[in-house]
Write a protein that binds this ligand. Structure first.
Ligand code: GAR
Length: 209
């Protein structure tokens, strides 16, 4: 059975959400955005509703250690027949119940070239400040499958971005965000085509090549 229906989880402005929606409309990937989950009352909720996508806020009970609200969230995704999940600027840890339910079908975007500059506390501007402090001349965007550990799952696709010596954290963030918007739809096309994991590496299914 192919993957067709996509839920997006987001925490903020939602530019990756918009890029993924555009990617579907332009036929870059086949995963139709049908649900948006936000962990805060963020602008992305209205953007989704304006696009005719079911959008719901799920509060702390879904993201705390025990996550007592996770079954309700999973039930909502199942009711909407969601096949795959894309974390698009989502800043919470996904509860194990959901990771398990969507294993191999849940992806995240990270604004650096993993495995560098990832892990707990490494999100948004913290990532770009660390890249800048390290004096990197290259950064980029990584789309990876989600497992139980922050930013650790197998890498699906990356796009590297050359940095200029005079780039500060904000300039780095802007360059990387452009790459994120390109690479996310390409990664979803790859996922929808079918992938297998061998020794922690993502390989396209032979029949999808
Ligand atoms: C993006 O740069 C995304 O990679 C980052 O938050 C930003 C959200 O922007 N995510 C993380 O740092 C997760 N570790 P957006 O709301 O405009 O898509």
């Amino acid at each position: 059975m192919g993957l067709r229906r996509l839920a997006l989880f987001a925490s903020g402005g939602g530019s990756n959400f918009e890029a993924i929606l555009r990617g579907w409309q332009e036929g870059i990937h086949p995963l139709e955005p049908v649900a948006l989950v936000a962990d805060r009352r963020a602008p992305v909720l209205d953007k989704a509703r304006d696009a005719g996508i079911e959008a719901r806020f799920f509060g702390k009970s879904c993201w705390s250690q025990e996550a007592p609200g996770a079954p309700e969230l999973l039930h909502w995704l199942q009711e909407l027949h969601v096949d795959a999940v894309a974390l698009a600027g989502f800043l919470r840890k996904v509860p194990p119940l959901l990771v398990e339910a969507y294993r191999g079908r849940m992806v995240n975007i990270h604004p650096a070239l993993l495995p560098s500059f990832g892990g707990a506390g490494m999100y948004g501007h913290f990532v770009h400040e660390a890249v800048w402090k390290a004096g990197c001349r290259v950064s980029g965007a990584t789309v990876h499958l989600v497992d139980e550990v922050y930013d650790r799952g197998p890498i699906l696709l990356q796009e590297a971005v050359a940095l200029q010596a005079e780039d500060g954290p904000e300039a780095i963030a802007a360059r990387v965000l452009e790459a994120e918007h390109r690479v996310y739809s390409q990664a979803l096309a790859l996922l929808a085509g079918g992938v297998i994991i061998q020794e922690g590496r993502v390989i396209p299914c032979p029949e999808s090549r």
